[in-house]
Design a protein around this ligand. Sequence first.
Ligand code: NAD
Length: 356
Amino acid sequence: MARIAVLPGDGIGVEIVPQAIKVLNKVAPKYGIELEYSEGLIGGAAIDAEGIALPETTLQLCKESQAVLLGAIGGPKWDTLPAPQRPEVASLLPLRKHLGLYANVRPTVLNPALIGASPLKEELVKGTDMVVIRELTGGIYFGEKYREPHPSGEKAVDILVYTTEEIERIAKLAFDIASKRRKKVTSVDKANVLESSRLWRETVTRLAQDYPEITLEHMYVDNCAMQLIRNPLQFDVILTENMFGDILTDEASILSGSIGMLASASFGGNVAMYEPAHGSAPDIAGQDKANPLATILSAAMMLKYSFNCSEGAEEIERAVAKVLAEGYRTGDIMEPGKKLVGTEEMGNLVCEKLGE
Ligand code: NAD
């Protein structure tokens, strides 16, 4: 029995996660995997029910499971809370830290059926196939934060820290992933300005000596932001620190047509976590408009990485490709002449195409 902690969270999280579970329930038994789901509260939903964004019961549930499937957290209702109590700061970051999830892996692939959905020119994005490896438990998001009085009002401080060990372990993962792909790593930093980036660059360069088959290049983050939309085909594996990765992955999502298409997996400890790359999309929440494919593709990553079932993962990926090839679209990837469907129907369509 494989235990999965299910954390739908807030906003569209509660609409998209059930679609992924529907798909998992159809695929997993075919490969002899018996799944058992236990639901936990997180984010704004947990604040409303229990007054705390990451209840101990949820954390315990995650630790006792083999994998976590997360929807999304946050929303305007909780935006006015003091920063340390907000869902993002008080649930997602500590959950990643407690589970030791230092590596976030986000494949960015443009499905051929969605070329027209990308706002970029077809000749630029056709063939996009990269993985962004983002460090997830270090850097400025986790450094000391405080405010103090200042003659002009206040002074706010966020400290950016990286250690050799933190850089080495994420870089190793990037090199290992690249060695099974096109063997190129682009390490993204701001070494012309930041000391942490200089340590990042030195450490990655040193480690590269153990991977002679990999081509390593370094790129400043501002240049990378430009290169991602100027020439995305140059990238195979992008390796970067926490905040740069947060920003670049949202930008890269456009290459796949919509952020609603981008799956992700986080690794590092005993339990891996799978979640779409997007947030809780309050603007479309509760309207059956959300694209569930990023979550469904995250569930496929779960089968592959947590349950060693690549065939099941590929079956899901093929089903998603078929649904798109037949012209079904949620609003975020809609184009003239295609068939607009809601969240639930998109989930049903993927289920129908499984095994075809
Ligand atoms: P967002 O990703 O929620 O939404 C950005 C835009 O993309 C919106 O227009 C939204 O409608 C659209 N979008 C996102 N996912 C979609 C989907 N599956 N289908 C169709 N359209 C989709 O980012 P935001 O608006 O900056 O943040 C909203 C809330 O989500 C905030 O509270 C933020 O802190 C939180 N957030 C949570 C996570 C997470 O849970 N991992 C990540 C990012 C943001």
